[in-house]
Design a protein around this ligand. Structure first.
Ligand SMILES: *Cc1c(COP(=O)(O)O)cnc(C)c1O
Ligand SMILES: [Zn+2]
Length: 421
């Protein structure tokens, strides 16, 4: 058991386990509900991790928080640099969103260009620690390309299941990294079920974030960073905003904030805004319906959050209820507009699910959920190059022209392709 972990605790029944006792979830509660929480001995953690110690820490990656991560053999940590992504203040974007202050946390800067790298980095270390022969996951795309990259980095074979509508760039990443890729003729939900069966059948290490309690520990590091970066700025945002599919990301975001509060780094907690697509909004629907989850269709351009049956409903949902936050939905058109808006007002290019948070803030201000005087930090979860088709749909085509300056003059006179910044 790694030095600072006290126990694993089932979020449904409260049963407690040692890390050696259980691989993934609480068996009596089953994998849909018996999700485990990794609990640390925070007083012990505090002896080695405090604001002063962190200030002196030269490790500019997620591993600067090692005592709060479930790692037994740090020597197995891959070299690829994950985390310590930039936090930008975006005044021109906040003006457009109708709020005073807005920051952008650019997760597209991770090695495979999405937030998922924080989880995969932990996942491959756990697989190595358990001497697994192979690691597997099902994914809408980013967890897959991320796992492929990290498996390649440590030399572990990976088998990956993606729905056939996963964007081409993400599938290309998988293949380039040398993963074995199954493109499942079906939805992400079906790919997920298939992966669970295959993992049990063939004994592969399972990286699915909803059932593997260690993965969310990687994801929470984004919030440890957010807190540390805001301590430098001398403030804390009122809201942290993130898009929601399975619910692991938002669950990790909340856990990280909660832990920094528990450790005394901050004296209050931000509220969490969970953003879903109008065409796939099971969390939002449950939010309207006393917390009752019903699986639904997944119909949105934001493939990374096209999850009709969220696999980490309990942790995802409780992030919003415990923080006093909210869920909100945005249309595909609002998401497309946000791709342009974020790029043009802050210089950051995000994929559809990556920018959904931007659209979510705009909606939340309109609906009076976020007050204009409140400050927000939006996590941009994936890079725009992940989904070029959507980017082109958002931004249009260039002006086709002969190599003739008179044509340039004509185009200028007709005000074609004006500077839209
Ligand atoms: C996976 C992902 C999300 C959502 O994370 P969940 O854990 O599925 O809720 C959001 N944005 C991007 C870019 C993602 O890849
Ligand atoms: Zn249980």
């Amino acid at each position: 058991m790694s030095a600072y972990i006290e126990k694993l605790k089932c979020v449904k029944c409260g049963s407690e386990y040692h890390t050696e006792q259980v691989n993934y979830y609480c068996e009596p509660c089953g994998f849909n509900e018996g999700i485990l929480d990794v609990c640390y001995d925070y007083d012990e953690v505090l002896k080695v991790l405090n604001p002063l110690k962190l200030k002196d820490n030269k490790d500019n990656s997620m591993w600067r928080y090692l005592p709060m991560l479930p790692i037994e053999k740090p020597e197995l940590i891959p070299q690829l640099k994950v985390g310590w992504t930039p936090l930008y203040q975006a005044p021109r974007l906040s003006a457009e969103l109708g709020i005073d202050k807005c920051w952008i946390k650019d997760e597209g800067r991770n090695p495979t260009a999405s937030f998922k790298d924080r989880a995969s980095a932990v996942g491959v270390v756990k697989a190595l620690e358990k001497n697994a022969a192979r690691i597997t996951c099902a994914s809408t795309g980013n967890a897959a390309s991320s796992l492929a990259g990290f498996s390649a980095a440590v030399g572990m074979p990976a088998t990956i299941f993606v729905p056939e509508r996963a964007p081409e760039a993400k599938v290309a990443q998988l293949l380039v990294y040398g993963a074995q890729v199954f493109s499942v003729k079906g939805t992400y939900d079906e790919a997920w079920e298939l992966c669970m069966q295959a993992s049990a059948e063939f004994g592969w290490y399972n990286r699915n974030c909803a059932i593997n309690p260690y993965l969310i520990e990687g994801k929470k590091t984004v919030s440890l960073e957010i807190v540390e970066q805001f301590m430098d700025i001398g403030t804390l945002p009122d809201w942290v905003v993130v898009s929601v599919g399975d619910g692991c990301t938002i669950g990790g975001v909340w856990k990280g904030l909660w832990e920094m509060h528990r450790l005394g780094f901050i004296d209050r907690l931000p509220k969490i805004l969970g953003v879903q697509a109008e065409g796939c909004k099971p969390f939002w629907q449950a939010w309207q319906n006393d917390g009752k989850l019903a699986a639904c269709e997944a119909n949105t351009i934001a493939d990374s959050i096209a999850v009709g049956h969220p696999r980490n409903f309990s942790k995802g949902y409780r992030s919003v209820t415990e923080s006093g936050g909210a869920f909100i939905t945005v249309t595909d058109q609002e998401i497309l507009n946000s791709i342009n808006q974020l790029a043009r007002k802050a210089g950051v290019f995000g994929e559809p699910a990556g920018v959904a948070g931007v659209a979510g803030v705009k909606q939340a201000v309109k609906q009076g959920i976020i007050h204009p005087s409140e400050s927000v930090a939006i996590i941009i979860t994936g890079n725009g190059l992940k989904d070029i088709k959507s980017a082109i749909q958002a931004a249009g085509k260039p002006i086709s022209i002969s190599p003739d300056v008179e044509e340039v003059r004509k185009a200028l006179e007709n005000n074609l392709g004006g500077n839209m910044i």
